[in-house]
Ligand binder design. Structure first.
Ligand code: ATP
Ligand code: MG
Length: 402
């Protein structure tokens, strides 16, 4: 068995754009395994085959495939000629000395011209395995399912399938810019957008040198982790401490968090637009903290024209935490740091901000100048996974009409 066979589900439904979605998935897979001994990644009649070279391990390749969006399931598979004798012989050989109490064969024909129907193939191959091994056939609840797929010129077989990451291939939905703090929520929000096919650019605000470099280190580590799911990322590190000092001088205490957030939005929008982003993403949750009341969320997003997406908006913290643990971001997020939003923030923030009140509060600030400078001085860092990956230029997104 030296192939991985990958099935996509949702992208199969995308009508006329299907070849484009599949092409993108193949390209993403090629990048994901580009530093491993892989002979080919090819699209074959409704599935994708990865052909392993002699030194590639299934585990290494599987580990990469697990982190590629757009995959319903995948399996380690063997390939033979389109011939029942050859197919059964290969299955028996690969079953080795495996034992099992019951089994069944599940067959699918990608090319209906094959002279046997799927049930006939199941009976024929199943009968021969039963004869050779003496195993009981159980169609309802077998211990082992031998999957057989018949194409035009070749056949695949495998013993069990693993669930893929689901979603849509990264890059098929366009680009978004995510405001990434060092906390638990925003990496999960970014990951959810990636799963829906978005390429994510990251923007982190820090208050170095007023506070330590810890939050920047965390942002880097989080982006490194998340890049495993989209293969290439850009992180903008924006110095926010001086801006906060100016806000402190000009804006009454209770309004400051909202004013900080509106400045972050403006800066992130400017950076996002320059990268071709079509939306901003945050890890906001209704009512989580004072800045996340419905009133305040509305006043914060009012300052930008790009849509603001908040994929976690209706989730509880423990639900987000469970997702962060699964993603692997949780241990990074809980490393202690000093978040810039706690800097110069009084204990009594407004919970029901009104737009006119905040705009009046901002009137004394040289907003354009602050935003221009923050964008111009942002430090840009690029991340790639695997480190040696050759990733082509991004293509424009396409979505089917329905
Ligand atoms: P997280 O929400 O990621 O756990 P947090 O709880 O510290 O971090 P909140 O105060 O809940 O952050 O902020 C809400 C959202 O605002 C964050 O999810 C993030 O999208 C954005 N945000 C807050 N602080 C920053 C920052 N320093 N840099 C970039 N984005 C930030
Ligand atoms: Mg939060």
């Amino acid at each position: 068995m030296n192939s991985l066979v990958i099935h996509y589900q949702e992208i199969a439904l995308k009508g006329k754009n299907r070849p484009w979605f599949i092409g993108r998935l193949v390209r993403n897979l090629r990048t994901a395994v580009s530093d491993l001994d892989v002979k080919a990644v090819r699209s074959l009649m409704g599935r994708i085959e990865i052909v392993l070279g002699p030194t590639a391990t299934r585990e290494d390749v599987g580990d990469r495939v697990r982190r590629v969006f757009g995959i319903a399931n995948f399996s380690y598979a063997g390939r033979t000629a389109l011939d029942i004798d050859a197919l059964t012989a290969a299955i028996l050989q690969d079953l080795g000395d495996r034992t099992c109490s019951s089994f069944r064969v599940s067959a699918k024909r990608a090319d209906k011209r094959f002279h046997l129907t799927s049930p006939q193939v199941e009976r024929e191959v199943g009968g021969r395995i039963q004869e050779a091994r003496g195993w009981k056939v159980d169609l309802g609840n077998p211990e082992l399912v031998v999957h057989v797929e018949l194409l035009s010129d070749e056949a695949f077989y495998c013993f069990g399938k693993e669930r893929g990451a689901g979603g849509l291939p990264t890059g098929t939905a366009g680009r978004v810019a995510c405001l990434l703090s060092g906390g638990i929520d925003s990496p999960v929000a970014a990951h959810r957008m990636m799963k829906r096919g978005c390429a994510v650019t990251f923007v982190h605000f820090h208050s170095y040198p007023i506070l330590s470099r810890a939050s920047q280190e965390k942002a880097r580590e989080l982006v490194t982790l998340l890049t495993g799911w989209q293969q290439r990322s850009r992180l903008f590190l924006v110095a926010f401490g001086e801006i906060q000092q100016q806000v402190v001088l000009a804006v009454p205490g209770p309004m400051r968090v909202i004013v900080y957030r509106r400045l972050m939005m403006r800066i992130a929008e400017r950076i996002g637009l320059a990268r071709g982003a079509q939306a901003l993403v945050t890890g906001d949750v209704v009512g989580q903290v004072a800045s996340q009341t419905l009133e305040n969320l509305a006043v914060v997003e009012n300052v930008v024209t790009l849509p603001v997406f908040r994929p976690l908006i209706g989730m509880d913290k423990d639900e987000i935490t469970t997702e962060a643990i699964r993603l692997g971001s949780y241990p990074i997020s809980i490393i202690p740091d000093q978040d810039c939003c706690t800097l110069f923030t009084p204990r009594n923030p407004l919970t029901k901000a009104r737009l006119a009140q905040i705009e009046a509060g901002e009137a004394a600030l040289p907003i354009e100048e602050l935003v221009d400078r923050a964008v111009a001085e942002a430090v840009v860092e690029d991340f790639e996974f695997p480190a040696s990956a050759k990733v082509g230029p991004p293509e424009p997104p396409r979505i089917s009409a329905c």
